[in-house]
Design a protein around this ligand. Structure first.
Ligand code: MN
Ligand code: MN
Length: 313
């Protein structure tokens, strides 16, 4: 059965959990309240985080759409930039856009429902639309909407998270019967899996070299929601970091394993003077040699670590 006669509801390319779960929930609301048939679609592969969510609530994976025909009716969710659209979607018959990003580059042929609200997640807007329509999301839909909010707001910790996201998330959690902290950790763990990544991949994924006089030092960083994944990365980086000194021609190397939950960074280091530089730059209250130095309340390389090391290396 083709989708030509239906309206496709679709999120952005490289879909995140919001772009999948908000699409599923909104499609369901439209099928309950509007004329015509609506079908949940996706513009790319599902991430391992999103797969965890779909499995947890026994939801179906939306239909993959790689090319949208010009006469196809579409509703765009979680994006309003041409570059983020499924191919062809920006030239199709856009009938609605629901999004929480800045107004972007899309033009439409006709007036449409364009709903943009400054909140942390599309699912927060869609939950409000359920209320406006007088429809209560069932357990599964509440779970999907909640997952999108937890994902976009990093379990309510991101600076983009608003009071409305928190309030909406709490309401959805009670319908879904979910303990959000526990569930968020499992969801992020599924998404952060290090499967197939080498120590080198992790070390250099976000790495910069700095210079002070004739001293070159490198700092890499990776952030984690899940403590067990952080520990796994720590073991890999600890075994690897010495090698980077010769490779990058640096005197010292540092790696920040940042815990989003604890707002702290575990420092792995190598090279002469590296440990001393950290100890004189920070109030190091807890040391454990094989686990690295723990810096509490230090999460920013640019604003916290680099200024301190520029004084102490
Ligand atoms: Mn998104
Ligand atoms: Mn979003």
């Amino acid at each position: 059965m083709g989708i030509e006669n239906k309206t496709i509801v679709i999120g952005h390319k490289n879909p995140d959990t919001d772009s999948i779960c908000s699409v599923i929930a909104y499609t369901e609301l439209k099928n309950k309240t509007a004329d015509g048939e609506f079908v949940a679609c996706r513009a790319g592969e599902i991430s391992s985080e999103t797969q965890y969510v779909l499995d947890a609530f026994e939801a179906e994976v939306p239909e993959l759409v790689t090319e949208v025909a010009e006469d196809q009716a579409v509703i765009l969710i979680d994006h309003n930039e041409k570059t983020q659209c499924a191919d062809g979607a920006d030239d199709a018959q856009i009938i609605e856009i629901i999004d929480h990003h800045k107004i972007g580059s899309i033009e439409t042929k006709d007036p449409i429902l364009f709903r943009n609200e400054p909140v942390g997640c599309s699912a927060t807007i869609i939950t409000k639309m359920y209320k406006e329509a007088g429809v209560e999301p069932d357990k599964k839909t509440a779970g999907l909407l909640l997952s999108a909010i937890l994902s976009d707001t990093l379990n309510f910790r991101s600076p983009t998270c608003t009071d409305r996201d928190v309030e909406t998330g709490r309401e959805l959690a009670s319908i879904a019967g979910v303990d959000t902290d526990d569930y968020a950790v499992k969801m992020f763990e599924a998404g952060e899996k290090l499967d197939g990544k080498t120590a080198e991949d992790i070390f250099y994924s976000d790495f910069k070299i700095f210079e002070k006089d004739d001293i070159r030092f490198g700092i890499g960083q990776a952030s984690f929601m899940s403590q067990s994944t952080l520990d796994e990365a720590r073991a890999m980086i600890t075994d690897y970091i010495d090698e980077t000194l010769a490779k990058d021609n640096t005197k010292m190397a540092f790696f920040m394993l940042t815990s989003i939950q604890d707002q702290s960074s575990r420092m792995i280091y190598a090279g002469e003077g590296a440990r001393e530089a950290l100890e004189s730059g920070f109030d190091v209250t807890q040391n454990a040699d094989e686990e690295g130095i723990l810096l509490k309340d230090v999460v920013s390389r640019k604003k916290q670590l680099v200024p301190a090391l520029m004084e102490t290396v």
